[in-house]
Design a protein around this ligand. Structure first.
Ligand code: ZN
Ligand code: ZN
Ligand code: FE
Length: 761
């Protein structure tokens, strides 16, 4: 203690956020010691409590340094300092947890192995040399190994492993990097890896990981148990291996993700800008979309028809060891059959991946909750989520204000759920397309798990308006106040919520599919919206979708639909290359369907208009995943502006945006052999100018100068960047997605906030 006795001051510091299980108390302890302060630190029900006393300037510096120097996994949301009378503290100590009822502390996500642990992993002198489960309070698994709260070892899948005396000593020592690191383990006491054959029998070998890498080098498909589930790995340079994986997995063309050892290796096959490098190396280690380099040697079957690769760096120690096999990159795709949830359990993997993997690299640390890899893209100056999962879940989003607890069930595709507690919204990991019982089981498991570990009992359940979504049906089984939120309203409110904005906005909801209030399929919508209500003030004219779901899989049907809409039966006489590719009889069947209205629901979807234009341009007649044609149209677009098509909208409260000027412009360009990159660019720029003008008109009419952009079509980087710039140039305040996906993965957040507002009215 320094200074005279009358200089002694004391403070209480209360800190909330992600401050438990991340090394926060040892950090406070060493910070207090550094500043020669006395007192104590303890965990409480909702955070960390500090009593600290000493010289007043030292106290100021101490408090100042808490947020600046806190551990890497900590996230401080509130820090409150209050003066207190000094107490009898001879030194600074760490007190046991003051547990209480109603635990509300936040749980850290799973993050990549830290630099300190990595150093030990490759240090021959370290007792954890080459131990694939090395971790500390700054790194390793969290969310995926928790079964219940509080976050203590007995409530995690580490409960089956008793720490050896050395590990226990680290665990108990406040000055150790592994103080209270729940997954702490070493080769003597912790989980172990095994290589297994297709029968699930152990392959006897000294170095299972090295042997597994050898198999991959030989072109075999390896199932690897990671942090949030199984991956299927093959050598990304081996065409035959990649093709074999596609065939076995039943995944025709959807791109595979890659994992490469370091930035230098990634730079050999993809463009890595400074922003991308920064994102790749964050502790969350997401998959980042990177432009492919010309002349690179990755198999063309990894991302067919795509100019980008989804690439990540290794994040589990196991990955680092596997990548020592000197691969340019590994394909690391979710360990599942197409459209099913990722495998997490060993026995389940042996069974479900039986026809896919040639060998299994497994371990005996259970995964309680699956979590896919997160996918992001750097667009318009910032990182945007495409699939928010591992590394980000269960970090909450902070809402503008507290609200009653809502369970929002999300939509159908790319489903996530959202639970709110006070001003926090917990969006789940990616659950997937709710189209089979396996996905529905995972959905229900996630809902139950999140309620348990977040200690939330919802008062309201929110769902989509669509009566047939499995998520809606699930909501109907709950004995709670139920509120249905229109799909595009939810999209726009999701964007508002993550930007912590409230009040009314002009919402541009550009999407593939969503149930409209008039029973048609919406997706090219301009809404005036606040959290509690919306009105539809403009929309694309509707087109029939001949064959309904078939029109999504076969964009040529949308192209024919658009031609029929503009030219009637005269379109048969048009000289368009794509028409010559398709059997005349098929075209007649489709036009008959539209004429009679048979199985041809009407849609105002911009996603479908993209499909139509892509097919008109001859880019592709059919797709193997939704949005594929639209994505290829985007990638083909010319870098330079080259004019736009005419556009026009009608009068009336809902301003139908006419499609004829745009479609006939595209047709004329195709007929005069304008290069496709220019047509694509013109189409994008037309939409940007059209919707900007529309917003200007709406601003004059309604006095709103804020625009929110949401819906899956905003994954299109040209459209997103163009809309933001163009609207900002007109003086609009533009809100877009960063923290949750613009696609249906972000819907649950919007539903949760809209439902609370609607319930309050
Ligand atoms: Zn570590
Ligand atoms: Zn040990
Ligand atoms: Fe949507």
């Amino acid at each position: 203690m320094t200074g005279a006795k009358d200089a002694l001051e004391a403070r209480r510091v209360e800190i909330n956020g992600i401050v438990q299980g991340v090394g926060f108390r040892p950090f406070v302890f060493s910070l207090a010691r550094k500043h020669r302060l006395c007192g104590e630190v303890a965990n409480t029900a909702d955070g960390v409590w500090v009593h600290v006393q000493g010289d007043s300037r030292a106290l100021d510096r101490f408090v100042d340094e808490i947020p600046k120097k806190c551990p890497p996994l900590a996230q401080i949301t509130h820090l409150v300092t209050t003066p207190r009378p000094a107490g009898p503290y001879p030194d600074f100590t760490i007190s046991p947890s003051r547990t209480a009822q109603g635990h509300t502390t936040l749980i850290s996500p799973d993050v990549s192995v830290c630099a300190d642990c990595l150093g030990e992993l490759f240090d021959p002198g370290d007792r954890r040399y080459r131990y694939p489960f090395i971790n500390c309070t700054n790194c390793g698994p969290r969310y995926t190994i928790i079964d219940d709260i509080p976050y203590d070892r007995p409530y995690t899948s580490m409960r089956h492993f008793t720490m050896c005396p050395q590990c226990q000593a680290e665990y108990d020592d406040p000055c150790d990097r592994r103080f209270h690191a729940q997954p702490n383990a070493c080769p003597a006491c912790g989980p172990q890896v095994q290589l297994c054959d297709t029968n699930g029998d152990m392959v006897d070998c000294v170095d299972p990981i090295g042997r597994a890498a050898e198999l991959v080098r030989q072109g075999k498909v390896l199932a690897v148990k990671g942090l949030g589930g199984f991956h299927l790995a093959v050598d990304a340079e081996n065409d035959a291996a990649v093709e074999c994986l596609r065939e076995r997995k039943g995944r025709e063309e959807k791109p595979f993700a890659l994992m490469a050892a370091d930035l230098e290796r990634i730079g050999r096959f993809a463009e890595v800008g400074d922003a991308e490098a920064a994102i790749l190396t964050t502790i969350q280690r997401p998959i980042v979309l990177l432009r492919q380099k010309p002349g690179q040697r990755i198999s063309g079957r990894v991302a067919p028809g795509n100019r980008y690769f989804g690439v990540m760096l290794p994040y589990a120690p196991l990955h680092y060891l596997l990548l020592e096999g000197d691969f340019a990159a590994l394909v690391m795709t979710s360990g599942n059959l197409s459209e099913e949830p990722i495998c997490i359990d060993n026995a389940e993997a042996f069974e479900r991946l039986a026809g896919i993997a040639d060998a299994f690299l497994v371990h005996n640390r259970d995964i309680y909750l699956r979590s896919d890899d997160t996918i992001v893209r750097h667009v318009a100056g910032t990182m945007r989520q495409i699939r928010r999962s591992r590394g980000f879940v269960p970090v909450p989003l902070f809402l503008r204000e507290s609200q009653p607890s809502v369970l929002a069930c999300g939509a159908e595709l790319k489903n996530t759920v959202c639970l709110t507690r006070e001003d926090r919204a917990f969006v789940s990991q990616h659950i997937g397309d709710l189209e089979n019982t396996a996905a529905l089981d995972f959905f229900e498991l996630t809902v139950a798990h999140m309620q348990r570990i977040l200690n939330v009992t919802p008062e309201i359940v929110a769902c989509d308006l669509h009566p047939d979504y499995l998520s809606t049906r699930y909501a109907e089984t709950l004995d709670l106040k139920r509120i249905a939120v229109q799909h595009h309203h939810a999209h726009i409110i999701s964007c508002l919520a993550e930007n912590r904005a409230d009040g009314a906005v002009i919402g541009l909801a550009f999407d593939g599919t969503g149930y409209g209030t008039d029973g048609t399929v919406w997706g090219g919508e301009v809404l005036l919206a606040d959290a509690a209500q919306f009105s539809r003030v403009a929309h694309l004219e509707t087109l029939p979708m001949p064959g309904s779901a078939a029109a999504i899989r076969q964009p040529w049907r949308m192209a024919v639909s658009s031609l029929y809409h503009v030219y009637g039966n005269d379109f048969f006489g048009l000289d368009l290359p794509f028409l010559r590719q398709i059997d005349d009889r098929k075209i007649r069947i489709v036009t008959d369907m539209m004429r009679t209205g048979l199985n041809s629901p009407l849609t105002s979807s911009l996603g479908r208009l993209f499909d139509a234009v892509a097919a008109l341009c001859g880019i592709r007649e059919r797709v193997s995943f939704e949005g594929q044609a639209a994505m290829e149209l985007e990638m083909m677009a010319a870098g330079q502006a080259c004019g736009i098509y005419d556009f026009e909208w009608g009068n009336g409260a809902d301003r139908p945006i006419f499609l004829a000027p745009i479609i006939s412009g595209v047709v004329a360009d195709i007929q005069c052999r304008r290069p496709l990159p220019e047509i694509s660019r013109r189409f994008h720029d037309t939409l940007i100018v059209l919707f900007t003008r529309l917003c200007v008109e709406l601003r004059a009419e309604h006095g709103l100068d804020r625009v929110a952009l949401s819906g899956g079509v905003f994954q299109n980087a040209i459209l997103l960047t163009g809309m933001i710039h163009s609207l900002e140039k007109e003086g609009f305040d533009v809100l877009s997605h960063r923290l949750v996906p613009a696609n249906d993965g972000g819907i649950a957040l919007g539903q949760a906030v809209a439902a609370a507002a609607m319930a309050a009215r």
